[in-house]
Design a protein around this ligand. Structure first.
Ligand code: DOR
Length: 429
C-alpha cells in the first residue's frame, strides 16, 4: 500500500502542516516531515479536511441501475470529497429487510471507494402502514442505525412514535422526509408568487413545517433521536431552533441546492429544477444559510437523486423530482457559505464531516486530522474555479442543475483509510 506524504496543506482554517498517511492511518503530523519511499504530494495552497460524510444519498441499486449503481455513485462521492455515504432505502426492492441492506453494504465494500452505510426503511415497502424489520437490519452485517422512508413522509403519528421508541433501544435514529401528504397532493413546486404565475400546483411551506413540529414533539416525548431531512423553509429553521432549545435530540440537514437555488428557476419549466422538497424563495435560502452557520442546521447532505433522461427530460408535470449533488456539493457550499463569510473551512469540516459522522454513528469518519486517526480525508483547492459540465460527471445520470455554472472550489484528492480514491481531481478506479 502506498505511503503518502502530504506537504503543506492547511488543516481546515489552521496552519500549513505535513501529514504522513501510512497503513491506513495518519501516522505523523508536523512540519518538515520526511519519509523514505513515500509518494509526496505538494499540497501548498490546499486545505485538508476530514473526508465528507453524506447522510442522504440515493444510489438506486438495487432496481434502477440505469440511473446509478453503488459503484458509480461511490465514484461520484469520492470525486466530491466523500469517504462515506448513507444510501437511502427507496430502492426496488425497498431496503426494508436485512437481506437488502446487506446486499447494498456488500456492493459498497466491493466498490471500495467510500464506505456505503445503508439506511433502512422505517415501514414495509415505504408504505407507511407497518414497521419494517428494524431490529434485524440493526443486527445485520450492515449494522443499520438510521432509518428513513425518504421520498415518502411517515405521516401516521402513532407509527412515527413507535419507530422512535423502537430505535431508542439500540441508539438508532429516525430520519423523516417532512411532507404532510394531504397538503401536497398534486404539488409541482413551491407554493407562492412563482407557482401562481406559472400555473403549477404549489407545495406550501406549512406541509413541511407541520410535520417537523409534530415530530419534534414526539421525539421530545419519547426521548429518542429525530433527524430532519432536507430542511427547505425559514419556518422549519425556526421550529428546529425551538426544538433544540428544549433539549430534544433533534438534528437537521440542508441540501446544497436549497442553499443556492430559488423557485425563480422553475420559470423556464426545465425539470432539472424540479425537486422534493421544492426550491423555495430567496428569503428561505437566507434563513437556511443562517441556520447552517449558527448550528441550528447541523449538516449539509446532498440528497443526490440521479434520474435517467427518460424520467427527467420530459414536461415538468411528468418529470421525477431530484437532482445530482455529490460531485458539486463542496463547490456549492463554498459559494453559498465560504464566499459569503458565513462559514470558514473548520465550519465546513464540521457540517460536512464531523457532524454527519456523529449523527450516523460512523466513528472512523469525521475525526480531527491528527496522529493516529484513520486516514479518511480530502484535499480541497479553495481557489480553483471550475465550470460544471454534466457530461463530465461520474454519475450515470445527467440531471445536475448546475450545468454551465462556475463554482469557486473543488476537491483534488480523497483518501479512504490511506488509499487514494481520487488524485489530481481524477478518480482511481
Ligand atoms: O427530489 C427528491 N428525489 N426528493 C426525495 O425525497 C426523493 C428523491 C428521489 O429518490 O429521487
Amino acid at each position: 500500500m502506498t505511503t503518502y506524504l502530504i506537504q503543506g496543506a492547511a488543516i481546515g482554517a489552521g496552519a500549513p502542516t505535513d501529514l504522513l498517511l501510512r497503513d491506513g492511518v495518519i501516522a505523523e503530523t508536523g512540519t518538515g516531515l520526511s519519509a523514505a519511499g513515500a509518494e509526496r504530494i505538494d499540497a501548498g495552497g490546499l486545505v485538508a479536511l476530514p473526508g465528507f460524510v453524506d447522510l442522504h444519498t440515493h444510489l438506486r441499486q438495487p432496481g434502477r441501475e440505469d440511473a446509478e449503481t453503488v459503484e458509480t455513485g461511490s465514484m461520484a462521492a469520492a470525486l466530491g470529497g466523500y469517504t462515506a455515504v448513507c444510501a437511502m432505502a427507496n430502492t426496488d426492492p425497498v431496503a426494508d429487510t436485512a437481506g437488502v441492506v446487506e446486499q447494498v453494504w456488500r456492493l459498497g465494500q466491493e466498490a471500495g471507494l467510500v464506505d456505503v452505510q445503508p439506511v433502512g426503511a422505517i415501514t414495509v415497502g415505504l408504505a407507511g402502514e407497518r414497521l419494517a424489520e428494524l431490529g434485524a437490519m440493526a443486527e445485520s452485517a450492515a449494522r443499520v442505525r438510521m432509518f428513513s422512508d425518504d421520498g415518502h413522509c411517515l405521516a401516521d403519528p402513532a407509527l412515527m412514535r413507535r419507530a422512535l421508541e423502537y430505535v431508542k433501544a439500540f441508539g438508532g435514529i429516525i430520519a423523516q422526509h417532512a411532507e404532510e401528504p394531504r397538503l401536497t397532493q398534486g404539488a409541482q413546486m413551491n407554493e407562492g408568487v412563482q407557482s401562481a404565475r406559472l400555473g403549477l400546483t404549489g407545495w406550501p411551506a406549512v406541509a413541511e413545517e407541520a410535520i417537523i413540529a409534530r415530530d419534534a414533539l414526539l421525539a421530545g416525548h419519547v426521548g429518542s433521536r429525530l433527524h430532519v431531512c432536507h430542511v427547505s423553509t425559514a419556518g422549519s429553521v425556526e421550529i428546529i431552533r425551538w426544538a433544540k432549545s428544549k433539549g430534544w435530540q433533534v438534528t437537521a440537514e440542508v441540501t446544497p441546492h436549497h442553499l443556492l437555488l430559488t423557485d425563480e428557476l422553475a420559470g423556464g419549466y426545465d425539470p432539472v429544477f424540479k425537486v422534493n422538497p421544492p426550491l423555495r424563495t430567496a428569503e428561505d435560502v437566507g434563513a437556511l444559510r443562517e441556520g447552517l452557520a449558527d448550528g441550528t442546521i447541523d449538516v449539509v447532505a446532498t440528497d443526490h437523486a440521479p434520474h435517467t433522461r427518460e424520467d427527467k427530460e420530459c414536461e415538468w408535470g411528468c418529470a421525477r423530482p431530484g437532482m445530482l449533488g455529490l460531485e458539486t456539493a463542496l463547490g456549492v457550499v463554498a459559494e453559498a457559505m465560504i464566499s459569503t463569510g458565513l462559514l470558514d473551512w473548520d465550519g465546513v469540516a464540521d457540517r460536512m464531516s464531523t457532524a454527519p459522522a456523529r449523527i450516523a454513528g460512523l466513528s472512523g469518519h469525521g475525526r480531527r486530522l491528527e496522529t493516529g486517526a484513520p486516514a479518511n480525508l480530502v484535499l480541497v483547492d479553495p481557489a480553483a474555479p471550475w465550470t460544471v459540465r454534466a457530461d463530465e460527471l461520474a454519475s450515470i445520470s445527467r440531471n445536475t442543475p448546475y450545468a454551465g455554472l462556475r463554482l469557486p472550489a473543488r476537491p483534488v484528492a480523497t483518501f479512504l483509510r490511506g488509499h487514494a480514491t481520487v488524485l489530481d481531481g481524477k478518480g482511481q478506479w
